[in-house]
Design a protein around this ligand. Structure first.
Ligand code: HEC
Length: 399
């Protein structure tokens, strides 16, 4: 696929992906809130579980929730499912366009494991499929009745997956596949459990039969699981912007930490909507974020595991390294076969451009080693050390 076509395909599908994702997660947050905020003490008819008044967009809304089902199912009944399906479909397309189409550059980091493109794609697809099978099996055991134990088990499995994937794929691809696996479980919950359960309930109500309570319970459990998965998934979807996370030597632990923060914050809001308080969660989450920022702090070049440089490094040396290793993707006229425009708008054609970006060059090429992208241009540790030393010596372009 010509790179320009790939870029516009990426743009279009990504735009749709996050639009439908916002719609899905927005609806999911709204209904969880509704369920938790329902006024169950209100004096309403016997068949009603609770009511809720709201004002929004210049109008008053009044809602009732039935204990089981209304006597007559209305003609026009709204379902919420296409948001979920389209989020998954567009997400899967994006995995194809961004990752599988370009596996060598994006999924493989030779410093992690020198695997083939086919193996990397197989690991990616296998993760999505196996993740769902394991999760779904787990939901069919008695463990699912014990919320806390289930959450801990699920969390440990996700952390183990993060550990495993970061040892075979590039940090970026490993993160994305942990998120894509969770997103797949969420969409599959809707498709295989929640919607079929609702369909059975509607059919039962139409036939005047009592609905199967097990179906309703399973649907409620799955939707609660989805709720706890949202914040971790959302982090993963923006993680590519944060090289200190996926580029950290302990990237899997950083992801595990952020997953715990996301689940915790979601829990805080769920509990709060039920007018109980778990006030300790937010300060603990804030502390955890500060701790993660500390753990991922950049180390001085001398401690970044690179060869020591004890002499003064000249700019000419640095410019020649950058010319070989960075210019293919970061110049007015890139020569890379895939990246046809200056990536992220960053160009290193002139000494001034290099000096101006010195702090980011230090982060990306020396401290996190997340540039060159997938180390496509084969930068060596010696070269990284030289650039690091030059920057620490003041990043002068005149000597
Ligand atoms: C094979 C292509 C490729 C090569 C070679 C490459 N980059 Fe990049 N670079 C990218 C892409 C793609 C992005 C945007 C995605 C990202 O930021 O991770 C980027 C973004 C950047 C950014 C902007 C984002 C930020 O974190 O500030 C900097 C700085 C950067 N690269 C530095 C470098 C340096 C220094 C080198 C050489 C040591 C280099 N790159 C080599 C592809 C490349």
């Amino acid at each position: 696929m010509p790179p320009h076509v790939a870029e516009w395909l990426n743009l279009t599908v990504r735009w749709i992906h996050f639009t439908v994702g916002v719609a899905w997660i927005g609806a999911s947050f709204y209904f969880n809130w509704l369920e938790n905020r329902l006024d169950r003490e209100a004096k309403v008819r016997d068949e009603i579980a609770g009511e809720l008044w709201a004002v929004h967009g210049g109008g008053f809304y009044y809602l009732e929730k039935y204990k089981v089902a209304p006597k007559r199912i209305p003609e026009r009944l709204h379902w919420f499912k296409w948001e979920a399906y389209f989020t998954w479909i567009t997400g899967f397309l994006l995995l194809g366009i961004v990752y599988y189409h370009n596996a060598r550059a994006i999924m493989i980091d030779p410093a992690v494991a020198d695997i083939s493109s086919g193996t990397a794609i197989g690991i990616g697809l296998g993760t999505l499929l196996l993740g769902w099978i394991v999760y779904d099996r787990l939901c069919r055991t008695r463990l699912v009745e014990h919320g806390v134990a289930f959450a801990i088990t699920g969390y440990v499995l996700v952390a183990a997956l993060a550990y495993g994937l970061t040892h075979v794929l590039s940090g970026r691809a490993a993160y994305m596949h942990v998120g894509a696996m969770l997103g797949t479980c969420m969409a599959a919950n809707v498709f295989f459990v929640i919607i079929p359960g609702q369909r059975a309930m509607v059919e039962a109500a139409r036939a005047g039969r009592p609905p199967d309570p097990a179906k309703g319970r399973a649907g409620a459990q799955r939707s609660r699981h989805n709720n706890y998965m949202t914040l971790p998934v959302l982090f993963v979807m923006i993680s590519n912007h944060f090289p200190s996370t996926y580029g950290s030597p302990e990237n899997w632990a950083v992801l595990a930490g952020l997953t715990a923060v996301g689940m915790g914050v979601r829990h805080y809001f769920n509990v709060r909507h039920m007018r109980r308080h778990a006030a300790w969660v937010l300060p603990v989450a804030a502390l955890a974020m500060a701790a993660l920022a500390y753990v991922t702090r950049p180390h001085p070049v001398a401690r970044a595991g690179l060869p020591a440089v004890t002499r003064t490094v000249s700019f000419a040396e640095v410019q020649s390294i950058i010319g070989r290793r960075c210019l293919p993707c970061h110049s007015r006229q890139p020569t890379d076969d895939v990246f046809r425009q200056a990536q992220a708008g960053v160009m290193f054609d002139t000494p001034e451009q290099i000096a101006a970006r010195a702090p980011r060059i230090l982060v990306r090429a020396v401290q996190t080693r997340t540039m060159p992208f997938g180390n496509k241009t084969g930068m060596t540790d010696e070269e990284r050390a030289l650039i690091g030393a030059w920057i620490e010596q003041g990043a002068h372009i005149d000597r």
